[in-house]
Write a protein that binds this ligand. Structure first.
Ligand code: PLP
Length: 345
């Protein structure tokens, strides 16, 4: 099987399994697990933030951040197709008490001028005041698009003028960093809090890192604990993440390049399949009958995800050039079969 459904399908490498076996352990919720402490120190250094916390999932990282930023009763500006707004069960409102304020981005990327216009300063007593601006880099639903450091800086400047914090959903932050060719610290500079996934492009088995300044993180640590994020011998899952963080950029550059190669192949089949350039490791292709076509791809050992007219392919450490060629050949075959059927209908 060539599995392009998500970069979450990767399995730990032999080196990661060896690190799991050798991990020094303790009760992480009591601050006693040396491996978790090492991972959090490493994440601090990479993000340039005061403190970092190992949490079980990105959804929990987002929720803890919303709670720690005091969003209850206020508005949170989100891009209208953002994961935090569309794909986290409404936790933003249900658990953090925030009112989402969706703003349309260009291929998922918010413009600082649109963000500025959406801010509510609390002067009108009928309106919930803006408490937080959420960015997503890369943007999942938009097809792995990247918000550049310059755009992030412009949005941060708008937020600062309004006295509002900026939070970054950086599930695939390393893919963004590989695309703009900067270390992740450059993408963390322009936000007050952020998280990145350890179990997507990095290939670790479980978890995410939430980071921010000391005052924010004190509240975030409390919120994560309240949400059930206190883990015990979590060094078992922190150890492979430490392995993954040793030299993360070449792997993410490779994943981005594989996705571009897939996009080129799909464009060659039919330019109408594609909607804009592919920047990182997600390739969205648009076609009628996407669910039926995705099922037919599966019969040819190529797994992808269908949603509406969209078929999503995600590259990661466990697909390679052979997988890309297999995906292009399978789609060519399925499209040819479909057009023969349409001609006979
Ligand atoms: C952009 C984005 N944000 C948040 C999440 C949620 O992360 P998790 O599955 O670790 O809760 C995902 C998961 O795919 C994602 O792609």
């Amino acid at each position: 099987m060539h599995d392009f459904r998500s970069d979450t399908v990767t399995l730990p490498t032999p080196e990661m399994r060896a690190a799991i076996a050798a991990a020094r352990l303790g009760d992480a919720a009591r601050g006693d697990d040396p491996t978790v402490a090492e991972l959090e120190r490493l994440a601090c250094a990479m993000t340039g933030k005061d403190d970092a916390l190992f949490v079980p999932s990105g959804t929990m990282a987002n929720l803890a951040a919303l709670i720690a930023h005091g969003c209850r009763g206020g508005e949170v500006i989100v891009e209208e197709t953002a994961h935090i707004y569309n794909s986290e069960g409404g936790g933003l409102s249900v658990l953090a008490g925030a009112v989402p304020r969706p703003v349309k981005g260009k291929r998922g990327i918010l413009a600082s001028t649109d963000v500025e216009q959406a801010i509510r300063d609390g002067g009108d007593l009928a309106q919930a005041p803006t408490r937080l601006i959420c960015l997503e880099n890369t943007h999942n639903a938009a097809g792995g698009t990247v918000t550049t450091p310059a755009t992030m800086a412009a949005i941060h400047a708008v937020a600062r003028r309004a006295g509002i914090a900026v939070h970054l959903d950086g599930a695939r932050l390393f893919n963004a960093a590989a695309f703009v060719d900067v270390p992740i610290g450059e993408l963390c500079r322009h936000v007050d809090s952020l998280w990145f996934a350890l179990c997507k492009g990095l290939g670790g088995p479980v978890g995410a890192i939430l980071a921010g300044d000391a005052a924010f993180m004190l509240k975030a640590r409390r919120a994560a604990r309240m949400l059930g994020g206190g883990m015990r011998q979590a060094g078992l899952i922190a150890a492979p993440a430490i392995v993954a963080l040793q030299d993360p950029y070449p792997g993410h550059r490779r994943d981005n390049a594989l996705a571009r190669r897939l996009a080129e192949g799909l464009t060659a089949l039919s330019p109408a399949l594609m909607d804009g350039d592919v920047q990182t490791n997600i390739v969205n292709c648009f076609i009628d009958d996407a669910p039926a076509i995705t099922r037919a791809l599966g019969e040819r050992h190529v797994l992808a995800l269908a949603k509406g007219r969209r078929i999503r392919f995600v590259t990661h450490a466990q697909v390679d050039e052979t997988s890309i060629d297999a995906a292009i050949a399978a789609l060519a075959d399925v499209l040819a079969m479909h057009s023969r059927r349409s001609a006979h209908a």
